[in-house]
Design a protein around this ligand. Structure first.
Ligand code: OGA
Ligand code: NI
Length: 363
């Protein structure tokens, strides 16, 4: 979350998408129009033929080693992480009230007048606050999205000035929600470790005091969804990402599988989990951090609440010794400091999986 020197970045005028559709509902300014090869919806039509992303039932994993279900679900998990890098979880144990509550305050936040939201600005080159992240030049295309992002844990990454006083319950809801999601991430990492044949606590011991950040993405409807993207293609720099889609959310998230954009169709009460770059490196590429993007819709808005869970910035990352074999599976990534990787990630525009070039050993 380390900021860049703001004075060196010129980003040009970044129009607020919600304000734009209020004043000119049918206009899509040039800066949002993607090159033909990048556009969203037209490619996605044929993708509905594709099989859906895997669904993991976490209640089957809480029964532990005694039960066949446990082993079957662990196998499903390992296949999901290897083949897809994405899965949905059901019966995850997070109360519906908690999920509804964060969605409600997030919605209320985005519905506030612009003047109010501007009290928490995301300055150019930084990734916390309200605005658009990852913009570094005046001619860079913009996403059809408003974002509000906050560092949550450890407290040292928080910028208290950006935690809003309105809606009144925002901070309290985010604290409660984040605690639950943190527990969920720790739990998922133990299952992921088991699925790799590692010690259960392997990731947690390595991660130290894990870093947790949240980004709320609000995608207003767009009169020409085929010309724009809600969120540019990228992989996440995290270890794990937990994505909550607003209730009755239309399809918006797409993942790149076998060169095709596959939609993630929301399941009721499910959360979407994806493997981030850090787990790809730690598993020497066995588990994949998969490129994804968001598209928009002509009629419906869409809101997502996304938690990024990652090692402490102090931690050094490299493929785990247990998963490297000089003969059959040589080391594909170099060792690096996670804080350096985070800085590298947030100081470049989103561009597919390009960030990971930072760590790749090229032969
Ligand atoms: C993200 C992300 C997808 C979505 O915030 O990193 O991939 O559908 N979001 O909002
Ligand atoms: Ni993402």
């Amino acid at each position: 979350m380390a900021p860049l020197p703001i004075s060196s970045i010129r980003v040009g005028k970044i129009e607020d998408v919600q304000e734009l559709i209020k004043s000119k509902p049918n206009k899509v300014p040039e800066r949002f129009i993607r090159d033909t090869n990048e556009r969203g919806v037209s490619v996605s039509l044929k993708t509905h033929l594709h099989q859906p992303i895997p669904v993991i039932d976490l209640s089957k994993l809480s029964k532990r080693h005694t039960h066949d279900d446990f082993h079957f679900e662990i196998l499903k998990l390992s296949q999901a992480c290897e083949d897809w890098g994405f899965f949905q979880i059901i019966n995850h144990g997070i109360e519906v009230d908690e999920v509804d509550d964060i969605e409600k305050v997030a919605k209320e936040f985005f519905e506030m007048p612009l003047e109010e939201k501007k009290k928490y600005p995301m300055e150019p080159g930084t990734v916390q606050g309200y605005g658009q992240a990852f913009i570094f030049s005046e001619d860079q295309k913009l996403d059809w999205c408003n974002m509000f992002a906050l560092g949550v844990h450890p407290p040292s990454i928080r910028n208290p000035k950006l935690w809003p006083s309105e809606p009144a319950r925002f901070s309290e809801s985010l604290e409660g929600y984040s605690k639950e999601i943190r527990k969920l991430c720790k739990r998922l990492l133990t299952y992921i470790a088991i699925s790799l044949g590692l010690q259960e606590e392997r990731f947690e011991e390595l991660f130290g005091e894990a870093v947790q950040a949240v980004r709320m993405n609000y995608y207003p409807p767009c009169s020409s969804p085929d010309l724009v993207l809600g969120l540019s293609p990228h992989s996440d720099g995290s270890a794990l990402t937990v994505l909550q889609q607003s209730k009755d959310s239309c399809v918006g998230l797409q993942i790149l599988k076998d060169n095709t954009w596959v939609p993630v169709v929301p399941l009721p009460n499910a959360l979407v989990i994806n493997i981030g770059d850090t787990v790809e490196v730690l598993t020497n590429g066995k588990y994949k951090s998969v490129e994804h993007r968001a598209v928009t819709n002509r009629e419906s808005e869409r809101l997502t609440i996304v938690t990024f869970y990652a090692p402490n910035y102090e931690v050094d990352i490299e493929p785990m010794g247990e998963l490297v074999d000089d003969e059959t599976n040589p080391c594909k990534y170099r060792s690096y400091n996670h804080g350096d990787y985070s800085y590298h990630y947030v100081s470049n525009k989103l561009q597919g999986k390009k960030s990971l070039d930072f760590a790749k050993i090229l032969n």
